[in-house]
Design a protein around this ligand. Structure first.
Ligand SMILES: *Cc1c(COP(=O)(O)O)cnc(C)c1O
Length: 410
């Protein structure tokens, strides 16, 4: 393996031109786009137009004249082809945590008499906390059950109301076989709810081919919507008129501007709206989503996995001696678009890398996480990041006390 070989991979990369659509600071190799996507160059002007012209000049008229009122559904329709959904099956609203709450509560109501929500231990914390909250709130009607990956399929039974899983695991990048698990859930009469936070915008997801019922995901990771960008929710067409939202706000009303005293849910996906959409966040998210307009998601997935493959090849060739261990599956079809390594001093190593401009992140207790974002990473970035990792390890630089100080966000 040589740097020249990695340069050749860059030259053959059909997605290489996309890097120029992002504003990336010089001297930084950004391997954290799976946690906060990079800034698209178009975003600042779009937000500025929203603020100065649409808000500043056109004021409240913009809800109609600039179709603010249609933004949540419009952006949802732009996300739909990225995740194998049909038009009208996706809407942008709220946060991922809140959408999980809405969709799981809705799913439970569709399966009266069944008590179990099934998920895996070690799922993303907010997913577990929201499910624990639902369990606490609904008392005896609901029981949250966590089953490890290997035993989960066998645990789906006649009491299971919903199987709630994250498609790509945030720590290890392990990928659930979505179609298989969904089919199993259906065979037992349960619904399948998929969290796509770590796969939307990176993998060629096909929700409808998998016959998924409900899904949701994050706008600020691979979709590049900006910090805290709104989330998206998917409801398969067949469920839309049955699935109730527990957050029956006025934007999900059939006719919000009739100002009726009584809630009547909107038909279709719009029912999953709750309150007034935040246009600042939606505008930045739309700029991120628009970059995907003409992309073949199979090619996007293939590049992310190839970057991961290159990363793993370097890791296996060089890093055993430093006590680093691969924490992600080696097989590309079982992996998402990030690669994780394990080391007892993971936190300090990551801080030393960041000090040298290689930005990944750390997930307690020992995971160093590296995002392989297909839209703006080069194969040579992976090579160069490894050279820096090698320096940090060989010199013992990470042992400096300043790299052990924990910040609030890791
Ligand atoms: C990033 C992520 C979230 C984030 O939820 P927020 O409500 O946006 O904080 C939730 N679930 C998973 C699996 C994630 O990866």
């Amino acid at each position: 393996m040589t740097r020249a070989a990695f340069e050749a991979l860059d030259q053959a990369d059909e997605l290489a031109r996309l890097r120029d659509l992002f504003s990336l600071p010089p001297g930084v190799i950004y391997l954290d786009g799976n946690s906060l996507g990079a800034l698209p160059k178009a975003t600042a002007a779009r937000v500025q137009d929203l603020v100065n012209r649409q808000w500043g000049v056109d004021l409240i008229r913009s809800w109609n004249t600039h179709d603010w009122i249609g933004a949540a559904a419009r952006i949802g329709d732009k996300i739909a082809p990225l995740i194998g959904a049909a038009p009208g099956e996706v809407i942008v609203a709220d946060s991922t945590s809140v959408n999980l709450f809405k969709l799981v509560c809705g799913a439970l109501a569709l399966r009266p008499g069944r008590r179990t929500i099934l998920t895996e231990p070690g799922n993303f914390p907010t997913d577990l906390y929201i499910l624990q909250g639902i369990e606490a709130w609904l008392g005896d009607q609901v029981q949250l059950r966590t089953m490890p990956r290997g035993a989960l399929a066998d645990a789906i039974d006649a009491d299971t109301a919903a199987v709630v899983l994250t498609h790509v695991h945030y720590k290890t990048a392990e990928r659930w076989p979505m179609a298989e698990i969904t089919a199993l859930a259906h065979r037992h009469g349960a619904l399948a709810v998929w969290d796509l936070s770590h796969s939307a915008g990176a993998l060629a997801i096909d929700l409808n081919a998998a016959n998924a019922d409900l899904a949701l995901g994050c706008g600020y990771k691979y979709l590049n919507g900006g910090p805290g960008a709104p989330s998206f929710a998917f409801v398969a067409a067949r469920w839309q008129d049955q699935l109730a939202s527990p957050l029956s706000g006025w934007m999900g009303h059939a006719e919000p501007f009739v100002f009726d005293d009584d809630y009547r849910p909107a038909p279709g996906i719009r029912r999953q709206l709750c309150g007034t959409p935040g246009m600042l966040g939606l505008t930045a998210l739309e700029a991120g989503i628009d970059l995907f307009a003409d992309l073949d998601m199979a090619a996007v997935e293939a590049k992310g996995l190839a970057l991961g493959e290159a990363f793993i090849a370097l890791a296996e060739a060089r890093l055993g001696a430093w006590g680093l261990e691969l924490a992600s599956p080696k097989a590309a079809d079982r992996r998402g678009s990030h690669v994780s390594l394990r080391h007892p001093e993971g936190y300090a190593i990551m801080q030393a890398l960041i000090a040298r401009g290689v930005i990944g992140d750390f997930r307690a207790p020992d995971i160093l996480r590296f995002g392989m974002t297909p839209l703006y990473l080069r194969f040579t970035d992976i090579w160069d990041a490894f050279e820096i990792l090698r320096t940090v390890l060989e010199t013992g630089e990470y042992l400096q006390p300043r790299f052990s100080k924990r910040a609030a966000v890791t």
